[in-house]
Design a protein around this ligand. Structure first.
Ligand SMILES: [Zn+2]
Length: 307
């Protein structure tokens, strides 16, 4: 598959609430989730599971400070979906995959049963902050419904009480998707906490609100009574940054022994990117070239991988 450069922009607002006592992140992610659905041929419930995770990963990406930083969210549940993994960057680019994209479970009433698809397990967050040690946080999944699981992560792992609403409306394709995270700032007053808690019910149908009103309309409809002040607007999108050069570097990291093995057994190699499904093939001659490059850059012990 060739890389489709057509980008439909969704948006994310970073908002200060109640004179700085709380902050909000409001995202419209319809195109982003639809792109993920079509790349991975996701079932309906898998669209909701991966779409919710991608939306919240985009929000977490916008919380990062440095432009080279990234956040990886990994959900390891024991349900039919298998592992869900998403990566977000501060500029609004996100990518992700789900181990079993076609897995499906029966509806629960009128709702897609994301919790049953994901199952029990853990939610892990790894923040790569370049020069500093990576931050790693992990919580047990509350329900596998994603929104509640992230709320637990923010509240217990980052010690930031947070209200999370995220949703994906999907039929044959994605009709609408969006997310909202509201976080209390340290020292928030009892009055601020009350007014946010009192409006929690309004936030619950976020995908429908996004579908009807879009980003600016949703801001007005959901947050006006909390005195919102928009700090900035970030374009969010599904985007994979893989290149042939990166795949070559990854192959070289395997070491010349492994590459020789590929030549002998497969007479070449094909490498698929899990995030965008781009397939790259390497001929025997190209692998031999990589072995030569390995020889010039490899430390003597790099071949002796004990595993
Ligand atoms: Zn890719």
């Amino acid at each position: 598959m060739s890389q489709d450069k057509t980008v439909f922009m969704d948006g994310l607002l970073r908002i200060s609430l109640l004179g700085g006592e709380a902050r909000a992140f409001l995202a419209e992610s319809t195109h982003m989730v639809e792109r993920a659905r079509s790349i991975h041929a996701l079932s309906r419930t898998a669209t909701a599971a991966l779409g919710r995770t991608l939306t919240l990963t985009a929000i977490m990406g916008s919380m990062l400070k440095g432009k080279d930083e990234s956040v990886t969210v990994r959900i390891d549940g024991d349900g039919p979906a298998g592992t869900i993994l998403c990566v977000g960057k501060p500029d609004g680019a996100v990518k992700g995959f789900i181990a079993h994209p076609g897995a499906e479970v029966p509806r629960r009433g009128s709702k897609l049963d994301v919790g049953a698809l994901v199952g029990r397990g853990t939610l892990s967050v790894i923040k790569d902050m370049r020069l500093r040690e990576p931050y790693v946080g992990q919580v047990e999944l509350v329900s596998g419904e994603i929104g509640e699981d992230f709320a637990m992560y923010f509240t217990s792992s980052e010690q930031t009480p947070s209200l999370v609403s995220v949703g994906v409306l999907v039929a044959d394709s994605v009709a609408s998707a969006g997310g909202l995270v509201i976080q209390l700032m340290p020292g928030a007053s009892e009055a601020a906490i009350q007014s946010i808690e009192n409006s929690a019910g309004m936030f619950m149908d976020i995908s429908r609100t996004m579908g009807e009103d879009h980003l600016e309309g949703a801001l007005e409809q959901l947050l006006t009574h909390l005195e919102p002040q928009v700090l900035d607007r970030i374009p969010i999108r599904y985007e994979c940054d893989c290149t042939r050069e990166r795949v070559e570097r990854a192959l070289m990291l395997l070491g010349s022994g492994e590459l020789r093995d590929m030549i002998e057994k497969e007479h070449g190699a094909t490498v698929d990117c899990h995030f965008c499904n781009t397939r790259r093939s390497f001929t025997q001659a190209e692998l031999e070239e990589l072995i030569v490059k390995c020889g010039t850059t490899e430390k003597p012990s790099a071949d002796a991988d004990p595993q």
